[in-house]
Design a protein around this ligand. Sequence first.
Ligand SMILES: NC(=O)c1ccc[n+]([C@@H]2O[C@H](COP(=O)([O-])OP(=O)(O)OC[C@H]3O[C@@H](n4cnc5c(N)ncnc54)[C@H](OP(=O)(O)O)[C@@H]3O)[C@@H](O)[C@H]2O)c1
Length: 314
Amino acid sequence: MSLILLKGKMGTAILRGFLSYYKQAQQICESPAPVQISHIVVTVRQPSEANRIVSVVHSIQGPTMDGPVVSVWLQDSNEQAARQSDIVILACKPTAFDSILRDNNMRSAIFEEHVSKIVVSIVGGVSIAQLKQSLYNVTDAQDAAAPSSHCTIVRVIPNIAASMRESMTIVSMAPNVTEDEAVKRISELFSQLGPVIQLPESQFNNASALASSSIAFYARIISLFASGDGSETAGEPLSPKDALRISAQAARGASSLILEGEDPQHILSQVATKGGSTQVGLRVMEDSHVPDALITAISECAEATAMLSKVEQK
Ligand SMILES: NC(=O)c1ccc[n+]([C@@H]2O[C@H](COP(=O)([O-])OP(=O)(O)OC[C@H]3O[C@@H](n4cnc5c(N)ncnc54)[C@H](OP(=O)(O)O)[C@@H]3O)[C@@H](O)[C@H]2O)c1
């Protein structure tokens, strides 16, 4: 299988994750993944970006360059790259997808005769109906008559931890579509980057806030906790490096317990014993309305995700 990937922060994280997967599989002589990548074409807009991607590839694959073959092409080659690939991963901003997909050369590459391609969109807030309108070059997705050749659109939201193969990835396709094979294939592909969950598209904006944007919220919380350890009455403050490491590992510990099935409330009751110091911290959080603020942050983030595609297309 070969795929094309538009570079960018997420595109680069995905590339790192895939290459690390094959590197690790090779090191531990793991049996090959059910969906194997033979070739990745990354398209970039600036030649300087091409150099950056090449050094990312070298840093992971090493001098032997084992794993998928990676080619880095300029964006004029989007069409050529799509022609060579069976999976096209669209990793551009919501303002750019329309011009990329409406391009006639790109469309003819995706709709190549007798070839069934999959377009994977990781573009935030852009629905499959909108992607169809652009790809089929119509104003209403209902008008999108299937051309003689076939293409399936799958919507995917990974997160930036894909680079470490610790993504939480959401996969979805259009309602009433039964092309389970494509969803299965894409789910298997992205499971190389961490756990995958399939959800209906109607839940995508909420899931995207929780799976993808929340990484930034957790990073903020971890670093804020680490910077708040400096109370002199508590003794000698930690170095920033130690504090950040301890805070991040504690967050990982809470995550691991919850992922193993522990009820968060149970963790709370185990740590915050009556009259203990943890209770003091929890009371400050309640008194400062931190829980309300966090709930509002995630719900407003989901609403903003839904609005991403409403901004004017460039
Ligand atoms: N960042 C995240 O954590 C995250 C998580 C999940 C989903 N997403 C979604 O992923 C998408 C990309 O986000 P990002 O954070 O990676 O943004 P980004 O760093 O700005 O990446 C977008 C990339 O697309 C490139 N691009 C635009 N038009 C192109 C074209 N015609 N041909 C080739 N490349 C083109 C841009 O090139 P230039 O650099 O030259 O402009 C840029 O490198 C967004 O839709 C976002 O909603 C992001």
